[in-house]
Design a protein around this ligand. Sequence first.
Ligand SMILES: Nc1nc2c(ncn2[C@@H]2O[C@H](COP(=O)(O)OP(=O)(O)O)[C@@H](O)[C@H]2O)c(=O)[nH]1
Ligand SMILES: Nc1ncnc2c1ncn2[C@@H]1O[C@H](COP(=O)(O)OP(=O)(O)O)[C@@H](O)[C@H]1O
Length: 188
Amino acid sequence: MTNRLIVITGATGTGKTTVSDYLKEKYKIVPVITHTTRPPRFNEENGVDYYFENDQSFEDNHYLERVKYSNYQYGSSYEGLRKAWKVNPIASIVLDTQGAITYAEKLTNEVEIWFLKVSDERVLRERLIHRGDKIESIDRRMQSSEYRRDLVLPEQLQQTAQVIPSESWSQTKKQVDLLVGKLQEQLV
Ligand SMILES: Nc1nc2c(ncn2[C@@H]2O[C@H](COP(=O)(O)OP(=O)(O)O)[C@@H](O)[C@H]2O)c(=O)[nH]1
Ligand SMILES: Nc1ncnc2c1ncn2[C@@H]1O[C@H](COP(=O)(O)OP(=O)(O)O)[C@@H](O)[C@H]1O
């Protein structure tokens, strides 16, 4: 087995995208781009952050798994994963916890699950305001059952997931560097 997929999961605002960007910048670990019907945020780009779809075009793709999260559709494909693995034997993907469970079941030993954890929800709210999200969309998101579910590591992942405290970036970065180092050693 020569490939690995780092599945980055956790609630909104815990820093999943920040970790994914850091992996790309520092380790050339390529993110799998997923599809969504959510409208782009002001700084997001089609084909870079997501493939932005409408309800109809979303259905034209073949998904390894798909979920509904806070009223929008999200889905990821094997094709996206193969593309990322062509560039680097270690790839990453940002998923909700339901997607993380599916990947753990389907790809078993090829996945590493990283669960980002922030204990204080007020911190998450502040981060989303700082990120520039609109207050209405923050409220909608934080009231969704999916967001509430993703605050806690699901039972199915408790044996396998690495829990990464994400209260401060220096703490998160240290843990990420450690885990990537271990992964690289395993693949030598
Ligand atoms: N299962 C699954 N989850 C996805 C996919 N793409 C994105 N997500 C997750 O959907 C949730 C909402 O994503 P987004 O609207 O970008 O908000 P974010 O939480 O601020 O990143 C996050 O938990 C993402 O990790 C996908 O293809 N499959
Ligand atoms: N470990 C961290 N410590 C402090 N702030 C962080 C950390 N990770 C991310 N942030 C900030 O929090 C906000 C949300 O991060 P983001 O990566 O978009 O979260 P997610 O993808 O999980 O929704 C961003 O403004 C980001 O700069």
